[in-house]
Design a protein around this ligand. Structure first.
Ligand code: SF4
Ligand code: SF4
Length: 153
């Protein structure tokens, strides 16, 4: 079925262009002044000065948990490193002073330049020693070494 498109009439107002140019400039000026004096009302977020809220269970940078007595919960079993598909966890095991605990982690390392935030390390941990709930999601560095987060326990 054919449809006839009615073009708007070319009135003197439209033909003159100047009024439309002024209207466009007014819109630009309005947004410019809003950005200058009422920045918080803009629909954009000035990231990274203001960070958007992240969902409660969003996987972020890892943290190692401690027991009530302050000792690390990690028993250096290596399950997290074995489960990691990116092979970005390295840990150093040492002897624990507690006779009931065989080992403890001396150093725990995660390379965030390759971590894919899958959460498999958290799932694999038998001691519930590692979580990804720090809320830290942005990693910006200018060299690869800086992406490696090393925690000495
Ligand atoms: S979140 Fe995934 S990729 Fe990152 S350290 Fe854990 S298992 Fe490895
Ligand atoms: S799986 Fe848990 S207890 Fe085992 S080395 Fe990793 S963080 Fe430590």
């Amino acid at each position: 079925m054919t449809r006839i498109v009615q073009h708007p009439k070319r009135t003197l107002w439209v033909q003159a262009y100047i009024p439309e140019v002024i209207r466009g400039l007014y819109t630009t000026l309005r947004h410019f002044l809003r950005g200058l004096f009422k920045y918080e009302t803009l629909p954009t977020i000035p990231y990274p000065v203001i960070k958007p809220p992240i969902p409660k269970d969003y996987r972020s940078k890892h943290r190692l948990l401690k027991r009530n007595d302050g000792t690390p919960r990690c028993v250096a079993c290596g399950m997290c490193a074995a489960a990691c598909p990116a092979r970005c966890i390295k840990l150093e095991a040492g002897e624990s002073a507690d006779a009931f605990i065989e080992k403890k982690a001396l150093c725990f390392e995660v390379d965030y330049s390759v971590c894919v935030f899958c959460g498999l390390c958290v799932e694999a941990c038998p001691a519930d020693a590692i979580r990804m709930d720090t809320g830290e999601t942005s990693f910006v560095h200018n060299n690869r070494e800086a992406f490696v987060s090393r925690e000495t326990l």
